[in-house]
Write a protein that binds this ligand. Structure first.
Ligand code: ATP
Length: 329
C-alpha cells in the first residue's frame, strides 16, 4: 500500500489548470521530492496532500484511505512551511508543544514530548528561548520539531531550506536525511533546486506545467531523462538533436549525453571539434566544444589534462552513454 497516492488529480483555478490529471504513488518510508520550475504545480500537489486544497477532480489517498474532503487536522500528515510560521511571543518549547495542547495532552506529558522532539533536531536546552533569539537554521529546526512532535505518518515540507544560506542548506540537507531515517516516516518535499532533490531524495517527480514529466530515482532522472524538458531542467547534460543521434546510432531521436562520459583526446577520433570555452571547476574542467556542423557539446575532463593549443580535439564516448529520449520532441 502507498503512503500517499494521487489518482488522476486535476486542480483548476479560474482559467489556470494548475494540475492536469496527475498520478503519483509515494511509498511508505520514502524520501520523495517534487521538483520543477516555478508555477509547475508542486505546491498545489503538496497542499492537496495536506488538505489545505481540494482537487477539482480525482482522489487523494493516505495509507489507502480516501481523504478527499477530509480537513487537514484529521489527516495523518504534518507540514513544515517555508517561512516556518512560528509564534513569536511563545517560547520554543511552547511552540513545539502547541499542537499537543490543542489535542488536550496533559502538561507534563506535553513538555516531555516537546523536549524529546527538540532533542531529535539537536535543540535540547533551547526550549526557554523565543524564536527571535535563534538563528535561521535553529528556527528551521524548531519548525521541524513542531511538525514531528505528534508523530505524523507523512511529513510534508515546502521548500524547507529555501530561507537558509548555502552552507547551512547543505548541513540541513544531511540532517533532514538522517532525521528521516531515524523517524522512519515518509517525507515529501517540494523544491525547485535540482541539486537538493537529487542529493536528498529516494525518488523524484519532475513537474512541468501541471503534469508529471518523469518519476524515478535521482540516478534514473539524471542518466535517463525521459524528455528534453527533464534533461534541461535537471542539469548539465548535453541535449543532442536527432541529426546527431542518427549519425551515431541510425535512429532519429533526441538524446542526452553526460559531459563526464566524454573523453577528449588529441587522437584521430571520428568525431572532431574545436574547444571554444573552458571553465575551471576545481577537480575538473568543463569544455565547450563546437562540432563542424555547429552543434555544441560540453565535456568534463580532469583538471590536469593537457589540451592542444589550437583547441582541435577528438571526442569519444561509449555508445551506451548516449541516452535516446522517449519523447519524440
Ligand atoms: P513555486 O515554485 O513558484 O511555488 P509551484 O510549482 O509550487 O511554484 P503552484 O504554486 O502549485 O506552483 O502553482 C501552479 C499554478 O497554479 C500557477 O500557475 C499558480 O499561479 C496557480 N495557482 C496556485 N494557487 C492558486 C490560487 N489560489 N489561485 C489562482 N491560481 C493559483
Amino acid at each position: 500500500m502507498s503512503a500517499v497516492e494521487l489518482r488522476e488529480i486535476s486542480r483548476v483555478f479560474g482559467t489556470v489548470r494548475a494540475l492536469d490529471k496527475i498520478d503519483l504513488a509515494i511509498a511508505e518510508g520514502e524520501f520523495f521530492a517534487m521538483l520543477g520550475p516555478s508555477g509547475s504545480g508542486k505546491t498545489t500537489s503538496l497542499r492537496l496532500i495536506a488538505g489545505f486544497e481540494q482537487p477539482s477532480s480525482g482522489a487523494v489517498r493516505i495509507f489507502g484511505e480516501d481523504v478527499t474532503g477530509v480537513p487537514p487536522y484529521r489527516r495523518a500528515v504534518n507540514t513544515v512551511f517555508q517561512d516556518y510560521a512560528l509564534f513569536p511571543h511563545m517560547s520554543v518549547l511552547d511552540n513545539v508543544a502547541y499542537s499537543l495542547m490543542l489535542r488536550k495532552v496533559a502538561g507534563p506529558e506535553r513538555h516531555r514530548r516537546a523536549e524529546a522532539a527538540l532533542e531529535m533536531v539537536r535543540l535540547g536546552g533551547y526550549g526557554a528561548r523565543k524564536p527571535g533569539q535563534l538563528s535561521g537554521g535553529q528556527r528551521q529546526r524548531v519548525a521541524l520539531a513542531r511538525a514531528i512532535v505528534n508523530r505524523p505518518k507523512v511529513l510534508l515540507l515546502d521548500e524547507p531550506l529555501g530561507a537558509l544560506d548555502l552552507k547551512l542548506r547543505e548541513e540541513m540537507q544531511e540532517e533532514l536525511k538522517s532525521l528521516q531515517r531515524t523517524l522512519g516516516i515518509t517525507f515529501v518535499f517540494v523544491t525547485h533546486d535540482q541539486g537538493e532533490a537529487l542529493s536528498m531524495a529516494d525518488r523524484v517527480a519532475v513537474f512541468d506545467t501541471g503534469r508529471v514529466a518523469q518519476v524515478g530515482t535521482p540516478e534514473e532522472i539524471y542518466r535517463r531523462p525521459a524528455s528534453r524538458f527533464v534533461a534541461s531542467f535537471v542539469g548539465s547534460s548535453n541535449i543532442l538533436p536527432p541529426d546527431f543521434t542518427e549519425a551515431v546510432t541510425g535512429q532519429r531521436r533526441w538524446a542526452s549525453l553526460r559531459p563526464e562520459a566524454i573523453t577528449v583526446t588529441t587522437l584521430g577520433e571520428a568525431l572532431r571539434g574545436r574547444i571554444v570555452t573552458r571553465s575551471f571547476l576545481g577537480a575538473t574542467t568543463r569544455l565547450g566544444i563546437e562540432l563542424p556542423d555547429g552543434t555544441k557539446i560540453h565535456a568534463s575532463v580532469p583538471a590536469g589534462q593537457s589540451l592542444p593549443a589550437d583547441g582541435q580535439v577528438g571526442l569519444n564516448f561509449p555508445r551506451e552513454a548516449l541516452h535516446l529520449m522517449e519523447a519524440a520532441t
